[in-house]
Design a protein around this ligand. Structure first.
Ligand code: NAD
Length: 411
């Protein structure tokens, strides 16, 4: 039984706590004492997931666990990896390291994280849940022999959308988060879009990214009442605005077949509908498959008179937007979104002393494509990822939006 320790006890950590109910071979042994850690620990204990002891430092947490999980905000990646490195140098014997998406806010930061990971030198997992969504893995399994006969897919369309992140200060500050919706949710859409195009039997970074063409905009969160809601919560988004809409086309090359495929990724924070929607479509020669995470066998209805007594509409589905009327109810979100699958994959790999399916170099590739999207929008051109000069530019490129200068570009 591997002992997991969480660094970060917020929204995503709680999702992982729920996912662990369906994962064998791991217990939630420790949590770094930060906001929400007590509640998370209490839930974990009452679920029988482990002792969930609270630790005051990353050093102490690493001494007590086998697998350390980086579930803290994007801006804290480097300091967190440094603290894990120091703990390992001081004798902590880790068997695995998990890092949530995104690996970093930009490529230079990703390279620093990779260097620190080399020093830590334990098996790793980059957590990108979308690749493990049962509707996607199930469709690929179902189509395995069809793909073998007809050939791999040529077009994927991926969209991850909701009405806007929870009011957490760092999500709404592009200097801390790394950008707007493209950095926050585009990373999912790039990853799963690339996966759906990858010929069966090849590693997840098999396809070579050729070019990226992006259109970003700020369409909703600069308007009232949305901007006012942020202001009331002490967030002056309009001083350092970020994109809430992204429409990005990524071209890939198959190095063996020498064919081209395209992923169209669309992300927004203006999906004023039932709640979070993950939507994917893939088209191959003579076949296709699709997924809409809001399709569910479950729904609830809450009338006007009863709505005052609702406790938490987000219990029905992530980012639920209303507390009444007809609501989609997803009975098992951690499984549907792929959290359970990514845990099973990581724990299975760590037990063998190996990296998970997605490693941190894969995470860097996703960061590179994300940054190419920002560069494309800034320079109003298609970014050529086969050009060594462009790759050099991207290696230390910090998008204007990430610098807090989004007002120069948006809407
Ligand atoms: N896979 C997904 O779909 C998904 C969904 C949400 C968030 N995420 C990722 O998970 C990470 C956390 O996001 P969240 O929504 O849980 O954030 P959050 O703000 O809800 O929680 C962050 C947690 O980290 C703690 N924390 C803050 N600063 C810290 C620091 N310097 N060192 C250690 N801990 C610190 C906070 O106290 C809190 O417990 C982000 O990288 C985000 O991109 C992934």
């Amino acid at each position: 039984m591997l002992k997991a320790g969480f660094i970060g006890a917020g929204f995503v950590a709680d999702f992982h706590r729920k996912a662990l109910q369906a994962v064998r071979g791991v217990e939630l042994a420790g949590i770094l004492r930060r906001s929400n850690a007590e509640q998370l620990a209490a839930s974990a204990r009452s679920d029988g997931l482990g002792e969930a002891v609270l630790y005051d430092s990353i050093a102490d947490l690493c001494q007590a666990v086998d697998v350390v999980c980086v579930f803290c905000p994007n801006f804290s990646r480097v300091e967190t990896f440094e603290a894990i490195r120091d703990a390992v140098k001081a004798g902590a014997e880790l068997k695995g390291l998990i890092c949530e998406k995104p690996l970093a806010r930009n490529v230079a930061e990703a390279d620093t994280v990779l260097r620190l990971a080399d020093e830590i030198d334990v098996p790793v997992a980059y957590f990108e849940n979308n690749l493990f969504m049962p509707p996607i893995t199930g469709a690929r399994a179902q189509l395995k022999s069809v793909e073998a006969t007809m050939g791999p897919a040529h077009l994927s369309r991926t969209a991850e959308e909701h009405a806007g992140p929870f009011i957490t200060y760092w999500f709404w500050d592009p200097t801390l988060q790394g950008g707007g919706v493209w950095n926050d949710m585009g990373c999912h859409s790039i990853a799963v879009g690339m996966y759906m195009l990858t010929p069966d039997g090849n590693p997840p970074s098999y396809l070579e990214p050729v070019s990226v063409n992006a259109e970003l905009s700020l369409l909703k969160w600069n308007k009232e009442p949305w901007a006012g809601t942020l202001r009331e919560n002490g967030i002056n988004f309009l001083e350092k605005p970020a994109e809430d809409y992204a429409n990005v086309s990524i071209k890939f090359r198959d190095p063996q077949r020498e064919t081209i495929s395209v992923c169209q990724a669309t992300n927004s924070w203006m999906f004023d509908a039932s709640g979070l929607r993950l939507s994917m479509e893939t088209f191959g020669p003579g076949y296709s498959y699709s997924c809409n995470s809001l399709n569910s066998p479950g729904e609830v209805f809450i009338g006007d008179k009863a709505s005052a007594s609702i406790e938490d509409s987000v219990l029905a589905v992530e980012n639920a937007q209303s507390t009444r009327g007809r609501m989609v109810l997803q009975p098992n979100e951690p499984d549907l979104y792929g959290y359970v699958g990514e845990w099973r994959n990581a724990i299975g790999a760590f037990e063998k002393g190996e990296n998970a399916l997605l490693d941190l170099h894969y995470g860097r590739l996703i960061t590179l494509i994300t940054m190419a999207g920002y560069l494309s929008h800034e320079q109003k051109r298609t970014v050529d990822l086969t050009d060594p000069e462009t790759l050099k530019t991207l290696s230390d490129y910090v998008p204007l939006i990430q610098q807090g200068r989004g007002a120069e570009l948006l809407p």
